[in-house]
Design a protein around this ligand. Structure first.
Ligand SMILES: [Fe+2]
Ligand SMILES: [Fe+2]
Length: 325
């Protein structure tokens, strides 16, 4: 593309032309993709009650914090309507022609939708969760929406989604290995297949950013810097339980995740590290003055995070979630 400064729309339209091959590369064919039912007891089978009993048996030993984190993960996944509608509003993503990016968002949403569906059904069967309270929190989170600080800028949004898909990959992977540790192989498998989806999605969003770096490097760099200065907030940062103010429960949820080691401030820094490598930030040189400043800021950031990460860690207190029986 040419030398004069291009608009986001121009860049998105240019990249959107390849959307079908992008979808082929990063998303699975629907007919053969796994579905939640593949990992759940079959309610039409004679053995259904025996299978549920076995499932409940396997959930007996799961610790309190673990369940709290899993519920928070499910609610985060179930708030998918918020994410889809947010992305549909991003510049260059349109339901009118050219429709390329809207197709991506719909097909990504359709894959993601299996995550909340599967985990929700599993927790319902587990007998350990106060489903009504979990459902209230889910309804609140969707009703409250979110503000991830990206506005409608596609560059900032793709930084956000790259980061988030990596974060959810890490946390589902860790809940998978903890489930295994507590002898629950079925739940471990469930969290594992979800984690694999998130890894695939992370690759996709990271590739979008890489492509933008090729055609609009300075603006892409400045958008990346903007998001890291602002800090990446989690999609469930408005999480709350019945009777609480917006966001109250989120702190306790992330404290529990930190205590368990499912997702920590070290992970945040490590995700940043790997994005700097994947996008080859240190070697991007065709930048204007602002782009260069942004690149230098970004390259120095992990070291700064590491210096404070050790200091800030309090011993987060146990908290009583109303989601757990
Ligand atoms: Fe997901
Ligand atoms: Fe995801």
């Amino acid at each position: 593309m040419n030398k004069h400064k291009q608009s986001r729309i121009e860049v998105m339209n240019f990249l959107g032309k390849k959307i079908d091959s992008i979808i082929d590369e990063f998303l699975k064919k629907i007919d053969t993709n796994w579905q939640p039912t593949d990992f759940l007891p079959d309610s039409s089978s004679e053995n259904f009650t025996a299978q549920v009993k076995e499932l409940q048996e396997q959930c007996k030993e799961l610790p309190y914090d673990y369940l709290a984190v899993l519920v928070g993960d499910v609610i985060t996944e179930e708030a998918l309507p918020t994410y889809e509608s947010w992305l549909m509003d991003v510049e260059g993503i349109t339901k009118h022609d050219p429709q390329g990016w809207a197709k991506w968002v719909r097909m990504w949403t359709a894959e993601e939708n299996r995550h909340g569906d599967l985990l929700n059904k599993y927790l319902y069967l587990s007998g350990r969760i106060n489903m009504r309270q979990m459902e209230i929190s889910t309804q609140y989170l969707i009703a409250d929406g979110f503000d991830i600080g990206t506005s409608t800028d596609p560059y900032k949004n793709f930084v956000y989604t790259s980061f988030q898909e990596m974060a959810t990959n890490i946390s589902h992977r860790r809940t998978a290995s903890l489930a295994k540790k507590h002898g629950n192989l079925q739940l471990s498998k469930i969290c594992g297949v979800i984690a694999a989806d998130e890894a695939r999605h992370a690759k996709a969003y990271k590739s979008f950013v890489s492509s933008i770096f090729e055609v609009d490097p300075s603006e892409m760099m400045i958008a990346f810097e903007y998001m890291m200065r602002k800090k990446i907030v989690m999609p469930a940062h408005f999480l709350r339980q019945a009777g609480e103010a917006i966001g109250t429960t989120f702190t306790h949820f992330s404290d529990a995740a930190q205590r368990l080691g499912v997702y920590t401030s070290w992970d945040y820094t490590e995700i940043l590290d790997s994005l700097l490598i994947d996008w080859n930030i240190g070697n991007i040189s065709n930048l204007d003055e602002h782009g260069e400043k942004a690149r230098d800021y970004l390259m120095a950031l992990p070291e700064r995070f590491r210096k404070v990460a050790g200091r800030g860690i309090k011993a987060p207190l146990e908290y009583e979630f109303n989601w757990i029986n």
